[in-house]
Design a protein around this ligand. Structure first.
Ligand SMILES: [Mg+2]
Length: 379
């Protein structure tokens, strides 16, 4: 029997905004769309996150901002700052990585951990509670968790326990736990499926479970079988370990070995262009560049240079060409060339160095504020 923990941060974007500005605490706060000082802000975008105070007015995620504004005109509307959310997400990830060897980052604010076998030593429930406390102590963010025999039931447990809650669904009780819940509580059951099920007279998971899988397959195709499995608490998906990419690179082996330096240079620059695009796309910056060459006799050489964090072609171009010139000294035919960027960090390529420093200083200040409020003194 497996022990799977699902940990999910409560109103993540909202909570981050409240750490940055305590004036937002206790008030209806809605993240999404376009900010007040931009023209046309009223009618664009959807709600990406909202506080419980706003939910009381019927506002929910994915609702058009325009409607949210109508339901809750006194709410504070923020555009959201994804880069900052990423940074806080990374902080939480670090706390979890510190404690758990096997975990999966399922989204910016939710994690699965495989605790199978741990019960013999600590007790999964006690351990999970301690992790939940550690997360809020070290990041200032609250999380809820569900603990059960698979990912599905653990996640549904988390949802039922929110906010700042915990639910352990012991082996053998998972079917009883989900039976009374509405079908829309099953992850991946959207409005369409819910409506169709309602038309079939199905509102609770208990009723859904009693429908023959053949019938569900006829109505929903392949999704019907998966729906039936979920209603029966069946889910054998594994926890897939999370690994952040620390390098990015590409290599090119030529059909015919070449000695044409200008061709080699232009191939390197093509490669560079594609790689920096990939970096910027993933919002990452590199701190090392490595150029590699392989001669026709398979002897391979590489040279690395440290750089200031960047994803800018114009800054990287001379570095790459210089490394190549240093490497290519034998004047023999070349079989393969490659570039690799290393020590990747999350960062915004458009910002210049000064802005970047100002921003990280601000973040450090925020962190210090959190540590002061949630530091050792509190527990
Ligand atoms: Mg969440």
């Amino acid at each position: 029997m497996r022990s799977i923990l699902h940990l999910d941060l409560d109103t993540f974007f909202v909570s981050v905004e409240r750490l940055r500005n305590t004036a937002f605490c206790g008030k209806p706060l809605i993240i999404g769309g376009v900010s007040h000082n931009e023209p046309g802000y009223q009618n664009r975008g959807v709600v990406s996150s909202c506080s419980y105070e706003a939910r009381r007015f019927g506002v929910h995620a994915a609702m058009p901002i325009k409607l949210a504004r109508k339901l809750c005109p006194e709410a504070i509307f923020l555009r959201g700052d994804f880069d900052t959310y990423q940074k806080y997400s990374k902080l939480v990830t670090e706390v979890i990585a510190d404690q758990a060897p096997i975990f999966e980052k399922a989204s910016i604010d939710e994690f699965y951990l495989d605790l199978t076998g741990m019960d013999r030593y600590f007790g999964c429930q006690k351990w999970s509670g301690e992790l939940q406390q550690k997360v809020s102590k070290e990041t200032g963010l609250f999380a809820s968790y569900g603990l059960s025999i698979n990912k599905l039931i653990a996640k549904m447990g988390t949802t039922e326990s929110k906010p700042n809650g915990a639910l352990c669904i012991a082996a053998g009780t998972e079917k009883a736990f989900i039976a009374p819940l509405a079908v829309r509580k099953i992850p991946q059951v959207g409005q369409m499926t819910e409506r169709k099920l309602r038309q079939m007279g199905v509102q609770t998971i208990k009723v859904l479970r009693e429908i023959p899988p053949r019938l569900l397959e006829r109505e929903f195709g392949k999704n019907g079988i998966s729906l039936w499995k979920k209603a029966n608490a069946i889910d054998d998906r594994p926890v897939v370990p999370y690994r952040e990419r620390k390098t990015i690179g590409s290599e090119k082996t030529f059909q015919i070995d070449t000695i044409d330096v200008s061709f080699l240079r232009s191939e390197l620059l093509k490669m560079l262009k594609a790689l920096t695009f990939e970096l910027r796309n993933e919002k990452k910056l590199a701190a090392t560049v490595t150029v590699k060459i392989r001669y026709a006799d398979f002897n391979t050489f590489s040279k690395q240079k440290k750089i200031t964090h960047t994803a800018d072609d114009h800054l990287l171009k001379p570095v790459v060409l210089h490394l190549f010139d240093q490497l290519y000294e034998r004047r023999q035919r070349i079989r393969m060339i490659g570039i690799q960027f290393g020590k990747l960090v999350h960062g915004h390529p458009q910002m210049n160095l000064f802005d970047d420093q100002a921003k990280s200083l601000r973040l450090l200040k925020e962190m210090d504020g959190i540590r002061k409020r949630f530091g050792k003194g509190i527990i």
